[in-house]
Design a binder for this molecule. Structure first.
Ligand SMILES: [Zn+2]
Length: 568
C-alpha cells in the first residue's frame, strides 16, 4: 500500500494578472484592474497600484490580457461526470447524428463493429420527439442491431431508454413482470413489452453485481472496466475545463462514482474540485458512518444527499397527475410516496445533511417544499441550504415559500435552450414558464445555474445566454420578458451562487482575497456583449489554484508573460 500526497498545498509562483476587464463577483469590489496570486490563493485584487503594492517588490510573473475578461472559475453544482464520460464513449445517437430510427440502427451497427464479440452495444442521446418517427424505437428494431448481446439506447434525459429483446431475456423480464416501484417496463396495447424502460426499471441494466438503487432514482450506474472509467473521467474533466468550469457537484454518487474519483486522485489526475452528493439509497450508510459534516479535501469532498421526487420532463416522467397535454395517458410518477419522502428528508436534515432533490412538476416541487418545511420546523436551521434540482415549474406560491425557508433552486437554462419547445408540447402553455428565473429574482430567491451534464454540455456561457435571452437553439422565445434575468445575475448564478449551493463559498466562487486562485480568461466581456452573443465568447484559459489547466487551441490573446525576474 502506498499513499500519494495528492492534496498537498498547491505551489504557484507570485503572479500579477491584469486584464481589460476583471469581474470579481464580489460585491465589495465588483470590478478590478489586477489580481495577485501565490501558492494557489488570491493575495490581492483591485486597482493596479494597490495590487502592485501588495507584491511589496518581490519577484513576480506578470500575465497581461489587455483584450480579455477575467471572471471567477465557473461552478457547476449539478453534473454527472461518469455518466457523461460513458456518453462520450458510447455511440452518439443524438438528433444531428440520427434523425430517424433506421439512422440510429445504422450507427449502432457501426459502433458494434468496433467492439469485441459479446460486449454490450450502448448508445446515448436520442429524443423521441426529435426522431422522424416521433416515437421511441422498439426492441424489435434494436434486434436488427444484435440478437446475441445487449443493446441499449439511453434517452437524452438519462432517465431510461430502450433495450433489445436479448437484454430483457437475459435479465428475466417478461410480459408478466410487474413494474417496479418508481419505474416502468413499457408495453403495447396487447401487453407485450416494447423494450422501453424508465427510471427504477433501469436497475436491471447494471447486472447481477452492479449498483442497485431501488426506487431512489434512475439507475445509470452501468459498469465498465475500471481503466475505462478512468479514461471516461479524463475525457470529461477536459470538457469541463474547456468550458471554464473549475468546480462541480456530482449529483448522484454511488460506490461506482466514489471509487472512480478515488482512483483518479490516486493517479494524481483529479484537477477539478468535486463535491459529492450521495444518492438517497445510501442515506442509512452515510448517517451510520457519521459522514454528516464537511469532509474531504480541496479536490474531493462529501457534500450531502441527492434525492428524487419525480421523473423528467424530457422523458415525460415528471409527475403530472392530470396527464400530459401531449399524451393524456402519461402521468409521470413520483419516486416516493409523500410520507416516505418526508421521512427520508427529515432523517437527512436531522443528521445535519444538506439535501438536493430532483423535482420538476408543480406537484413534485410542492411535495419537496412541504417535506422541507416540516423538517425545518422540527430542527430549525437558518442556513441548511436544502436544494431543489431543476425546479422546472414551481407554482408561484412555492417560490414564495422557498424564499422564506431558504431553499435554493438549482436550474439548468441549457435545458430550455436545447428543448424548451418540447416542454410546451408536453404540458401546453404553462411550459413556457419552465425555469422561471425572473420570478425567482423578483421573489428574492437566489439563482444557481448548472449544466446537469451530460444532459447539456458544460458550457456555462451558453447557460448565461439562455438565462439572459430565453431564446432556444431553434430561435423560439420562451415566455414573457419577466422570466429573463440580467447578465450580471446570470454570471453570479454560475459562480458564487454555485459555490454557496455547494457550501464552499469561503473557498471559491468569487475573486476575493484568501480564496483559491480559480479563474477563467474569456475572449470578451459577457456583461458587455449583446445577450445573443454570450455563448460564442471563447474560453481562452482556465486556471485552478493559480495554475493553468486549460488553454484554447488558438488563443488569440495569449498572455504576455513578461517575467520580470528569474527565480530559482
Ligand atoms: Zn441530474
Amino acid at each position: 500500500m502506498r499513499y500519494l500526497a495528492t492534496f498537498d498545498a498547491p505551489t504557484s509562483p507570485l503572479t500579477l494578472i491584469t486584464a481589460g476587464t476583471i469581474h470579481t463577483v464580489d460585491e465589495a469590489t465588483p470590478s478590478a484592474q489586477a489580481l495577485l496570486t501565490e501558492n494557489g490563493r488570491i493575495l490581492a485584487v483591485g486597482p493596479l497600484a494597490e495590487v502592485e503594492a501588495a507584491a511589496a517588490g518581490r519577484p513576480l510573473t506578470r500575465l497581461e490580457y489587455p483584450d480579455a475578461t477575467v471572471v471567477p472559475g465557473f461552478v457547476d453544482p449539478h453534473a454527472h461526470p461518469l455518466m457523461y464520460g460513458q456518453m462520450l464513449t458510447w455511440v452518439n445517437v443524438g438528433p444531428e447524428q440520427a434523425p430517424s430510427i433506421p439512422d440510429m440502427i445504422g450507427l449502432l451497427r457501426e459502433g458494434m463493429a468496433q467492439l469485441p464479440a459479446g460486449v454490450p452495444v450502448r448508445g446515448y442521446g436520442y429524443e423521441q420527439r426529435n426522431l422522424a418517427e416521433q416515437r421511441h424505437p422498439t426492441r424489435q428494431e434494436l434486434d436488427q442491431v444484435a440478437t446475441d448481446r445487449e443493446v441499449y439506447v439511453m434517452n437524452a434525459s438519462g432517465h431510461g431508454g430502450v433495450v433489445n429483446s436479448y437484454t430483457l431475456q437475459k435479465y428475466g423480464i417478461t410480459r408478466e413482470t410487474p413494474n417496479p416501484e418508481g419505474g416502468e417496463f413499457f408495453r403495447d396495447a396487447s401487453g407485450e413489452l416494447t423494450g422501453e424502460l424508465s427510471d427504477a426499471a433501469c436497475n436491471v441494466l447494471t447486472g447481477l453485481h452492479g449498483v442497485k438503487i431501488g426506487h431512489h432514482g434512475p439507475n445509470f450506474h452501468l459498469g465498465d472496466e475500471a481503466a475505462e472509467h478512468q479514461r471516461q473521467l479524463d475525457l470529461v474533466q477536459a470538457e469541463f475545463l474547456r468550458g471554464g468550469v473549475t468546480a462541480i457537484g456530482d449529483a448522484q454518487v454511488s460506490r461506482r462514482e466514489f471509487s472512480a474519483y478515488l482512483a483518479m486522485a490516486d493517479r494524481g489526475a483529479l484537477q477539478l474540485r468535486v463535491s459529492m452528493y450521495f444518492l438517497s439509497h445510501l442515506l442509512d450508510q452515510v448517517i451510520e458512518l457519521g459522514l454528516t459534516g464537511p469532509f474531504g479535501n480541496p479536490h474531493l469532498a462529501a457534500a450531502g444527499i441527492k434525492l428524487y421526487a419525480d421523473g423528467t420532463l424530457g422523458g415525460w416522467t415528471a409527475y403530472f397527475p392530470e396527464g400530459y397535454v401531449g399524451d393524456p395517458c402519461r402521468h409521470g410518477q413520483l419516486y416516493h410516496e409523500p410520507r416516505e419522502y418526508t421521512e427520508l428528508v427529515s432523517r437527512a436534515h436531522a443528521a445535519g445533511l444538506q439535501t438536493a432533490t430532483h423535482a420538476q412538476s408543480p406537484w413534485a416541487i410542492r411535495m419537496v417544499v412541504d417535506a422541507l418545511e416540516q423538517a425545518l420546523a422540527e430542527h430549525p436551521d437558518a442556513d441548511a441550504r436544502h436544494r431543489v434540482e431543476h425546479c422546472g415549474l414551481p407554482d408561484p406560491e412555492e417560490i414564495t415559500r422557498m424564499a422564506a425557508l431558504g431553499i435554493r433552486p438549482v436550474n439548468q437554462t441549457q435545458h430550455y435552450y436545447n428543448w424548451g419547445e418540447g416542454v410546451e408540447q408536453a404540458i401546453g402553455t404553462p411550459g413556457e414558464r419552465f425555469n422561471p428565473l425572473g420570478e425567482f429574482l423578483a421573489a428574492g430567491l437566489p439563482i444557481t445555474l448548472s449544466s446537469d451534464a451530460p444532459v447539456a454540455q458544460p458550457r456555462p456561457l451558453e447557460a448565461l445566454q439562455a438565462a439572459v435571452t430565453r431564446v432556444t437553439r431553434r430561435g423560439h422565445r420562451l415566455g414573457p420578458d419577466t422570466l429573463r434575468i440580467p447578465a450580471q445575475d446570470a454570471l453570479r448564478a454560475h459562480t458564487l451562487e454555485g459555490a454557496i449551493s455547494l457550501g464552499r463559498e469561503d473557498e471559491f466562487g468569487s475573486l476575493t482575497v484568501g480564496k483559491r486562485a480559480d479563474f477563467v480568461v474569456l475572449g470578451a466581456d459577457p456583461l458587455a456583449v449583446p445577450g445573443p452573443q454570450i455563448a460564442s465568447i471563447p474560453v481562452l484559459q482556465t486556471w485552478i489554484d493559480g495554475t493553468l489547466k486549460h488553454a484554447a487551441d488558438t488563443t488569440p490573446a495569449a498572455p504576455t508573460d513578461t517575467q520580470e525576474h528569474t527565480h530559482a
